[in-house]
Design a protein around this ligand. Structure first.
Ligand code: ASP
Length: 343
């Protein structure tokens, strides 16, 4: 394991299981019952050159909840890259200022290129349509927690991945990560032209998993354990694609009717978010809000313990996490959302 987190390719099953356990140790801090200062004095550089709410804020919050502080920059406009500075120079300079970097960049491979110029740990916060490894780790952590609650096992589970599987970096990282476990059954449903890249299907199949591709949600999928929906990534479309996909059929929407007709009470619904909730959008329907099968907000919450675990591991402070932990003194509500179900 290098000191960077750039792609799921470099992760072994043992290492992933270790991170899952470490995330479990972070729960008292993530749920605001305890405070730890294990990264006191450390500084994170949070560099986001593409839109982000969850990834940027949750990395920031995770580092802060470990006692560290954060410097950040968003968009090219306010960074020296707008003046033509290279990734190499930016990286070397950042290495002199901070103890870890989270970078999101619109170009696939740019985060790996950035990481070549520094020895401080670099985390890929999303590189164009490439990968989003910390999202996949928190997704797996969510699946494990939800399955533990439902008395299910990962072995033999059936996953439906749907939406823009061509450009969705979260599903690229997730399918690779899932393929370390199992054997699993994975069904892929996407609008024609937005299918999962062939090399990823081949990789997963070569590891002994059963992968099927379908063209619409109007199918009998059998028992589904997890539905993982994704947003159509219009910002990655070429002009030609924008025309072709202007009227993507509404048949790709996961909603309450789909769940009630085709799934069981123990099927969970995930989405990396954001979901497009504008009228007419082709995304996970808001009519599922308040349904306990909708795990999307629990999934987003899990970004904090998993990202704390990633920092604690990369910065090598795991053994000190609980040392001198204190009780939280401020007001913490019983649930974070107004319609959260207590499970
Ligand atoms: N937030 C996720 C990402 O950055 C998913 C999305 O944008 O649709 O890849």
């Amino acid at each position: 394991m290098s000191s960077h987190l750039l792609s799921v390719d470099s992760l072994s099953r043992d290492y992933v299981e270790h991170l899952m356990q470490l995330a479990g140790r972070m729960e008292p801090f993530a749920q605001r019952r305890k405070v730890t200062r294990v990264l006191e004095g450390a500084v994170l550089g949070n560099l986001f050159f593409e839109a982000s709410t969850r990834t940027r804020i949750s990395f920031h919050a995770a580092f802060s909840r470990l006692g560290g502080s954060v410097c950040d920059t968003t968009g090219f406009t306010f960074s020296s890259m707008a003046k033509g500075e290279s990734l190499y120079d930016t990286s070397r300079v950042m290495g002199g200022y901070v103890d870890a970097v989270v970078l999101r960049h619109p170009d696939q491979g740019a985060v790996a290129e950035f990481a070549e110029a520094t020895r401080v740990p670099v985390i890929n916060g999303g590189d164009g349509p490439g990968e989003h490894p910390s999202q996949a780790l928190l997704d797996l952590y969510t699946i494990e927690k939800e399955f533990a609650r439902l008395g299910k096992r990962l072995e033999g589970a059936h996953f439906l991945l749907t939406g823009d599987l061509k450009h969705g970096r979260t599903v690229h990282s997730l399918i690779k990560l899932l393929s370390l476990f199992g054997p699993l059954r994975i069904t892929l449903v996407s609008p024609p032209g937005l299918e999962m890249p062939r090399h990823l299907i081949d990789l997963v199949t070569s590891r002994g998993h059963r992968v099927e591709q379908r063209e619409s949600l109007a199918n009998d999928f059998g028992d589904l354990d997890v539905i993982y929906t994704t947003r159509i990534q219009k910002e990655r479309f070429t002009d030609e694609m924008s025309e072709t996909f202007a009227g993507i059929s509404q048949d790709f929407i996961v909603d309450r009717a789909f769940l009630d007709q085709r799934c069981s009470p123990t099927t969970i619904v995930m989405h990396p978010l954001p979901r497009d909730s504008r009228p007419g959008a082709n995304d996970l329907n808001v009519d599922l809000n308040g349904d306990p099968r909708l795990a999307i907000f629990r999934q987003a919450d899990n970004g904090i313990p998993m990202r704390m675990a990633i920092f604690a591991n990369l910065l090598q402070v795991e053994e000190y996490i609980e040392r001198d932990a204190q009780d939280v003194r401020w007001f913490v509500p019983p649930t974070f959302g107004v319609d959260d179900r207590t499970l």
